[in-house]
Design a protein around this ligand. Structure first.
Ligand code: XMP
Length: 516
């Protein structure tokens, strides 16, 4: 394994897409580390002993450069003779530091925008006169000192991209890391290879070795349990942990009662074939008890997160395990708001849903910096069964985050049936393979219908089908009407308590994928 990879450091200003920048760089075979925004030149120098630091990127973030406590950089970082790229907030911050003019927000520009490329040079090489980009900003850069040239503008943003050619400093008001920026990959490739002159000397296999080594080092001679949900993340984490720990590892699958129809049985069958200690903890009743009377979504997530841990603790006591391993991935952490400058979107059960006191020496999360599709690549490299690699993501709290409001046995049963119908009909059509997730949500709205010749008053079920690459952004899928019609007819015919079926046509953002 090569140790001194060419590396681009991403300075984290709390933007939702900050980590995605790192991942886009890795996609080009170049290593990337996310570092705090206030990293000092000395700390960068220290990192340079370990990596070959070839460039910096300042991420976006929710703050305005005008706020008194807005996160800043040490200005000396711009004097290190390293290429620097500022994105969105980073773009505004550099402009402010070099004494350009940044105008405060009058209105927010948000979403897809058309940008005029004035000079297709440097990191904008190969772009057309007009390009589609993804922007989300309030403040705007309107003027810069003479050593900076404007590379692009939009109607409302006179300096949408700039560079200081001599110092290799760039700023983009838009987000090249988000797939809605059509040529974002080309822009980043230009920055990585033309501006920073990196060599692509990093690969995914190195990561597997690094993760196995990390588990071995953390757990050492002790025993560990791993929370296994049967989803791709925890299955990959289990495969890595099995390599690292062998029979010192016990995988615990918690059946909380909110799994999809037939799923607990399928998971048991799959993992009993693996050469690992596998335990299925039946916990349906205790989860339901704990959730009684709770309808607030964040509260539900926290209760579920805590109960998971209590079940794990009981199993750890039985097997003598001191460590808990989890398949937490990066988007779980970002949405749970684990960084200084970012917001909590929702408390993923395995991150912000965890109780403050836990009977474990440590929680080890080998996949914490990966995105789902990177995890899928690791799964293929580890030779995991195809049905696991291709399984659609399913949240740890299961159907509980797809039942709006308080949980009851009846609601769980309705949701399981509706979900099975959605899956069957979508999988029968040829659209399934293009989709990230597809499922049914039981809303807490009731509506009038007519069944047979009688009035019926029943639940409204929402169908959700999303396309995405890594769940940070997602688009609702344009499911053909005949498939939706079949789903609607079957749900209302086969589930007496449901009178209406609606289709959710909201992208993420502004919505999230799950309803709770
Ligand atoms: P949202 O709803 O935040 O979902 O757009 C993004 C992705 O994460 C999954 N998800 C979870 N996964 N524990 C998990 O393991 C959770 O608490 C959780 N909440 C959401 C969701 O299914 C989607 O793929």
């Amino acid at each position: 394994m090569q140790t001194r990879y060419d590396t681009i450091l991403v300075l984290d200003f709390g933007g939702q897409y900050c980590h995605l920048i790192g991942r886009r760089i890795r996609e080009h075979g170049v290593y990337s580390e996310i570092v705090p925004h206030d990293i000092t030149p000395a700390e960068i120098e220290a990192l340079n002993q370990k990596f070959n630091v070839k460039g910096l990127i300042l991420s976006g973030g929710p703050a305005s450069v005008y706020e008194p406590n807005a996160p800043r950089i040490n200005p000396k970082v711009l004097e290190l003779n390293l290429p620097v790229l500022g994105l969105c907030y980073g773009h505004q911050l550099i402009a402010q530091i070099v004494k350009g003019k940044v105008s405060p927000a009058t209105c927010r520009e948000y979403g897809i925008a058309e940008v005029n490329i004035d000079k297709a040079e440097g990191m904008l090489k190969g772009l057309e006169n007009k390009e589609t980009v993804w922007m989300s900003h309030g403040d705007t850069v309107s003027a810069l000192p003479p050593e900076y040239e404007v590379l692009a503008h939009t109607e409302s943003c006179p300096v949408a991209a700039y560079r200081n050619e001599q110092k290799a400093i760039y700023g983009l008001q838009w987000h090249p890391e988000v797939i809605h920026t059509k040529k974002g990959t080309l822009m980043l490739r230009n920055y990585i290879f033309e501006v920073c002159r990196c060599e692509a000397n990093w690969k995914m296999e190195d990561l597997i070795e690094k993760m196995v080594k990390e588990i071995k080092t953390e757990v050492s001679e002790a025993k560990a349990i791993i929370g296994l949900s049967g989803g791709i993340d925890s299955s990959v984490a289990t495969a890595l942990a099995a390599q690292a720990l062998g029979d010192k590892l016990t995988a615990v699958f918690v059946d909380h009662g909110f799994m999809r129809e037939g799923e607990p049985e399928a998971i048991k069958e799959t993992f009993e074939k693996f050469d690992i200690n596998f335990v299925m903890a039946k916990a349906q009743q205790r989860f339901m008890e704990k959730l009684k009377g709770i309808s607030e979504p964040e509260k539900k997530r926290k209760v579920i997160g805590e109960e998971f841990i209590r079940v794990f603790e009981e199993n750890a006591r039985q097997s003598g395990a001191e460590y808990l391993l989890q398949g937490t991935i990066y988007p779980d952490r970002i949405e749970s708001g684990f960084r200084k400058n970012s917001d909590v979107i929702k408390s993923h059960h395995n991150v912000a849903g965890l109780p403050s006191k836990m009977d474990f020496k440590k929680i080890v999360e080998p996949l914490r910096d990966l995105y789902k599709d990177e995890v899928r690549k690791v799964a293929v490299m580890l030779d995991l069964p195809r049905e696991l690699v291709n399984r659609q993501p399913f949240p740890g709290p299961g159907l509980a985050v797809r039942i709006v409001g308080e949980m009851t046995e009846e609601k769980v049963s309705i949701t399981k049936k509706a979900d099975a119908i959605v899956r069957q009909e979508i999988e029968k059509s040829c659209v399934a393979e293009k989709l990230w997730q597809y499922f049914a949500v039981l809303t807490d709205t009731k509506a009038t219908g007519v069944k047979g010749d009688s009035r019926a008053y029943g639940y409204v079920v929402a169908v959700r089908a999303m396309e995405s690459r890594e769940a940070m952004t997602a688009n609702f899928a344009r499911i053909p009407y005949p498939v939706l019609e079949k789903i609607s007819t079957r749900i209302t015919n086969e589930i007496p308590q449901v009178t209406h079926v609606v289709y959710d046509i909201t992208h993420k953002p502004p919505a999230t994928i799950e309803w709770e």
